[in-house]
Design a binder for this molecule. Sequence first.
Ligand code: SAH
Ligand code: SF4
Ligand code: F3S
Length: 481
Amino acid sequence: METNMKKTGAFLPPEAIREQLAAADRIRLGYAAQGRTDDNAPGYYVLTFGCQQNEADSERLGGLCAAMGYRRVDDMADADLILVNTCAIREHAEKKALSIIGSCKHLREKNPDLLVGIGGCMVTQKHRADKLKNSYPYVTFTFDTGAVHLLPSLVENALAGGKRQFIHSEAYEIAEGLPLDRTSKHMAWLSVMYGCNNFCSYCIVPYVRGRERSRRMEDILTEAKMLIADGAKDITLLGQNVNSYGKDLADSADDPDFSDVVRAVCALDGDFRLRFMTSHPKDASDRLIAAIADCPKVARHFHLPVQSGSDEILKRMNRKYTSAHYKSLIDRLKAAVPDISITSDIIVGFPGETEEDFEATLDMLRYVEYDMIFSFIYSPRPGTPAAEMPDQVPHEVSTARFERLLALQNEISLRRNERFLGQTLRVLVEGVSKTDDNMLTGRGDPVRPVHFPGESSLIGQFVNVKIEKITPFTLEGAMSN
Ligand code: SAH
Ligand code: SF4
Ligand code: F3S
């Protein structure tokens, strides 16, 4: 009994979803009765900040909007329903979201029927939702990350002239069976777990995404098959801590772990490439490394954020590994998958970071030879332990270190990219280049964007591209057989 509760306790009851889909249907029929269907249907616009998890949530919001009879519009000014899916990871992310939300004021003045709903990690913090409630009267409703499925009832209430609503969920349960409005035909997100238990001392995510919850393997595989049938050729398995998948389910050694998910998705029929993110070094197992080595559909890429190369800083970040452990993991990974590309997140200027600590991070870059890094200047997040730590690093010191970090990584990236010169890569064509109409942009395996001349009719297909030119960030070439 206990076991059963553990396995199903994290899921919303199916009736709760059915209720929302019924509300969506009522809204759609209401619009239809006013003749608002097809080209005349009300417009929705979803703006997404933050990580891929938010992108994935936005596709669910879009799916619910479509179920309510809305059609997607490309211009915020044409929308009858604006949804902003916010992020709180750094102060800058919150400022950007608040400024966009502020710009809804004049749209609302022009169109008093406009509904403005704010979701995501920023409004999951009560003080932010309160601020929107009190100082942004044109915000119709807010909903936290546990309340994505409630969108239809929020819209129904607003359309009926009900009070503004500000939802704070008691639990963050998994909502299976929500419709999806995918934003790319050939690329797809597939969440396998939600939440994070790690409480890195600088990070807001565990407070705004709740504890780790894994989806059932059968639900993941059903969705993967649907995505493949719908044309997905590049699928990314998502989780805040994706490789801890299954730990909340594990009742016996036979229960699946993340490597089993990777193997099971790869075993599905279809010509697709599989990626996954983000992994935590403490949960990166030899079983996972073996799955990457064994499965040709898995991109030869491992995003394994180290954050810092200093043991002292790693300890205060509560990362639960040492630089020696991380390096041994990298050694095993490179031995098992020699053509692997490794990428990382790095935080510069964590409280108390000395010149020596920072040098240890530079040493880590040299040791691993990352293909690419995503680097961030530390941003204190109210409510996290690091925000209260002494010795906050002055901004000018962090900025100078940040520049040094980038300069070193650019050298390393360029050197790493040299190995592709003269090689032929299999590239999924994503679109026409933003800077040149005659050029296409695609995603190679592993991580770099690839540019080459070609026709837009190739978008969504795999093509072979022989690499002739490199920069630290991109590869260029020509199609070949
Ligand atoms: N779950 C993932 C992603 C977390 S957010 C992981 O553990 O790697 C993405 C990145 O943002 C983190 O890896 C970290 O480098 C950065 N980040 C998180 N909180 C931050 C903060 N307060 N200031 C600066 N960067 C931060
Ligand atoms: Fe944040 Fe750490 Fe969890 Fe990543 S593992 S989401 S950095 S608390
Ligand atoms: Fe931002 Fe939330 Fe993702 S804080 S990075 S959108 S989990």
